[in-house]
Ligand binder design. Structure first.
Ligand code: DOR
Ligand code: ZN
Length: 353
C-alpha cells in the first residue's frame, strides 16, 4: 500500500478570532477547533458577556478543562478578550490583563450576535481605550455601522477606525473579519500597529453563494458576504502575503434550528474544516508557502507572542491527502461545507518532550 501524500506540514497554527460560546456546547466547540489549532483568541460575546477579571479566569478554566477531555490540556491555549462597555471601568484594565486578556473587543451596538449591550457612543469608551493603550492591550474592532445599509456598513465605519488610530497614537488595533476592498485600502493607509483578520468564508465565498440561488442560511454572517470584486480584493491581499493581515476564522456556531428558521442567526461554523480548506485555498492559489505566515507567524507577531513552532515541543500538523466527507452535523450545528468532500485530513504529529 502506498502512503498518502502530505501536502504540507506546519506548526499547529493560531486562529485569532473564534466563538467558543458558553455552557454545555463549549466543550464540543473547543474540541472541534483544538483538533486543528493550538492557540485561539476567544471572543467575549457570550451570554453573559466576558467583562471582568473573574469572568476571564472562569472562562479560561472552562476551556482548558474542555480541552483536557481530549488530551489537549497542556497544549491548547485560549487567549482571552473582554467586551468593551460603559460597565467596564478603566481601572479594571490592568486586572483584566493579569487575568489573561490580550485584547478588548469593541462591538457597535446591534451590529451582530449578542451586541445589544454594545457601544453606541465611542467617545464614552475613551477612558477605557486609553487604559488599554497604557497597558498595551489590543483593541479588536467589529467594524460595522449598523445604521448604514447592510452592504455598506463596513465602509461606513472606516472613518471611526481612522479616528481611533489618530486619537490613540500607540494603540494596537485589529480590524476584525474585513470584507471589502475599502477596508484593505484603509488598512494600507494606517501605521503598522493596525492589523486585520480575514475569515475563510470571506475568502471562498461572495454574496451570490448566500442569496444568488436558493438561500443558504449557513453562509449568513456579519459582516455579510460581499460582491465578487470585494472578495477578489481579499483573495489578492492574502495571496500576496499582505504583511498586516492574518487568520481569524470568526467561526461562530449556532444550533441548526437557529439557522434554518424565519429569524436566522448570523454566523458560519468553519472550525472543523478551516485548516484543510485554507491549505487548499493557498495550494490552488499557487502560494502554499504563504499558508504558514498567514496562520502561524503574522498574528503571533502582531500580538507579541512566540510564533507557533518556536519551541521544539510545539506540535506540528500535517495535511494528508486523504479526501473525507464533512459530517452533516457537528452536534447541533451544521458546519461549513457539510456533506462535501475536503481533500486533506489534519493529522497532529508527535510532540517531542
Ligand atoms: O456572523 C457573525 N457571528 N459575526 C459576528 O460578528 C458574531 C458572530 C456570532 O457570535 O455569532
Ligand atoms: Zn466574531
Amino acid at each position: 500500500m502506498t502512503r498518502p501524500e502530505i501536502l504540507i506540514e506546519i506548526p499547529k497554527p493560531d486562529d485569532f478570532h473564534i466563538h467558543l460560546r458558553q455552557g454545555a456546547e463549549l466543550q464540543q466547540y473547543t474540541h472541534d477547533v483544538a483538533r486543528s489549532f493550538r492557540r485561539v483568541l476567544a471572543m467575549p460575546n457570550t451570554l453573559p458577556p466576558l467583562k471582568t477579571p473573574e469572568d476571564l479566569r472562569d472562562y479560561r478554566a472552562q476551556i482548558t478543562k474542555a480541552a483536557g477531555v481530549i488530551g489537549l490540556f497542556e497544549e491548547f491555549t485560549p487567549l482571552l478578550t473582554f467586551k468593551l462597555g460603559s460597565d467596564v471601568p478603566a481601572t479594571s484594565v490592568a486586572a483584566l490583563k493579569k487575568a489573561g486578556a490580550v485584547a478588548g473587543k469593541l462591538y457597535p451596538q446591534g451590529a451582530t450576535t449578542n451586541s445589544e449591550d454594545g457601544v453606541q457612543d465611542l467617545g464614552e469608551m475613551y477612558p477605557l481605550i486609553e487604559a488599554m493603550e497604557a497597558e498595551d492591550l489590543v483593541l479588536c474592532i467589529h467594524g460595522e455601522d449598523p445604521t448604514a445599509f447592510s452592504l455598506n456598513r463596513e465602509a461606513a465605519f472606516l472613518p471611526k477606525v481612522a479616528q481611533l488610530v489618530q486619537d490613540f497614537p500607540r494603540l494596537r488595533i485589529v480590524m476584525e473579519h474585513i470584507t471589502t476592498s475599502d477596508a484593505v485600502t484603509a488598512l494600507n493607509s494606517f501605521p503598522d500597529r493596525v492589523g486585520a483578520t480575514i475569515t475563510l468564508h470571506h475568502l471562498l465565498n461572495n454574496l451570490d453563494d448566500l442569496i444568488g440561488g436558493f438561500l443558504n442560511p449557513h453562509l449568513f454572517c456579519k459582516p455579510v458576504l460581499k460582491a465578487p470584486n470585494h472578495q477578489q480584493a481579499l483573495v489578492a491581499a492574502v495571496l500576496q502575503g499582505h504583511p498586516k493581515i492574518f487568520f481569524g476564522s470568526d467561526s461562530a456556531p449556532h444550533a441548526v434550528d437557529q439557522k434554518e428558521c424565519a429569524v436566522g442567526c448570523a454566523g458560519v461554523y468553519t472550525a472543523p474544516v478551516a485548516l484543510p480548506l485554507l491549505a487548499e485555498f493557498f495550494r490552488a492559489g499557487d502560494f502554499l508557502q504563504g499558508l504558514e505566515p498567514f496562520i502561524c507567524h503574522r498574528g503571533a507577531d502582531f500580538y507579541g507572542l512566540p510564533r507557533a513552532g518556536s519551541l521544539a515541543s510545539d506540535p506540528q500538523v500535517a495535511l494528508v491527502a486523504e479526501p473525507w466527507t464533512v459530517p452533516a452535523r457537528y452536534g447541533r450545528v451544521v458546519s461549513y461545507a457539510a456533506g462535501s468532500t475536503v481533500p486533506y485530513r489534519v493529522e497532529t504529529r508527535e510532540v517531542q518532550k
